[in-house]
Design a protein around this ligand. Structure first.
Ligand code: E4P
Length: 214
């Protein structure tokens, strides 16, 4: 399973890269707004330290505007992926960008039918948001399971990025269902490494080591 890091913060990305846990990066306008540099500079900085796909989101509401933004963002680096919203105009933009060889990540996906449309439009990546579904009491992992089944049924090549991940359980459930990618905030990546018995075991080993014959 591939791990993307869901942040625009360069320090968090560096920490994830050092752990060997970053196969790509996803950003969105809200994450970009938390940083102090201009959008293009943030993306250029990220692409210098990450080889894998780096998603950059467009903000136009019409396909022509999305395509124009996408073309500009794609010039920043070969690994930029254009994130477009799951609306009809976004599907049109996905098709047009795919025809130009520019990869897209269709975002804000909340139903299996939306994921089906995104795949048919030629999205390289599709991002169902699990945390936001859980927030409104909808079983988000049923959605991931349905998308995996539909893509397998028809051989769609779009990769499923499980997004809006809030906990290690989301990562585990996504992996068990065979999702291609989880995009994870740094805090949750760090949580994945933790177990209280690991800490307790380390403490015991170090205490016993001090008691060894010298
Ligand atoms: C995905 O690409 C989005 O950036 C992200 O996962 C959204 O997560 P949130 O629901 O925690 O904002």
């Amino acid at each position: 399973m591939k791990f993307f890091i869901d942040t625009a913060n360069i320090e968090e990305i560096k920490k994830g890269v050092e752990m060997g846990m970053v196969d790509g990066v996803t950003t969105n306008p809200s994450l970009i707004a938390k940083e102090s540099q201009p959008f293009e500079e943030i993306l250029a900085g990220i692409c210098k330290i990450v080889d894998g796909p780096v998603s950059a989101e467009v903000v136009s509401l019409e396909a022509a505007g999305m395509v124009a933004e996408g073309r500009e963002l794609a010039k920043i680096s070969d690994n930029i992926v254009i994130k477009v919203p799951m609306i009809v105009e976004g599907l049109k933009a996905t098709k047009m960008l795919a025809a130009e060889g520019i990869k897209t990540n269709v975002t804000l996906v909340f139903s299996a039918n939306q994921a089906l449309l995104a795949a048919k439009a030629g999205a390289a990546f599709v991002s169902p948001f699990v945390g936001r579904l859980d927030d409104i009491g909808v079983s988000s992992m049923d959605l991931i399971s349905d998308i995996v089944t539909i893509y397998d049924n028809y051989g769609y090549q779009s990769e499923i990025i499980v997004a809006s991940i809030r906990s290690p359980q989301h990562v585990l459930d996504s992996a068990l269902l065979g999702a291609d990618i989880a995009t994870i905030p740094y805090k949750v990546i760090a949580q994945l490494a933790k177990h209280p018995l690991t800490d307790k075991g380390m403490e015991q080993f170090l205490a016993d080591w001090e008691k060894r014959a010298k």
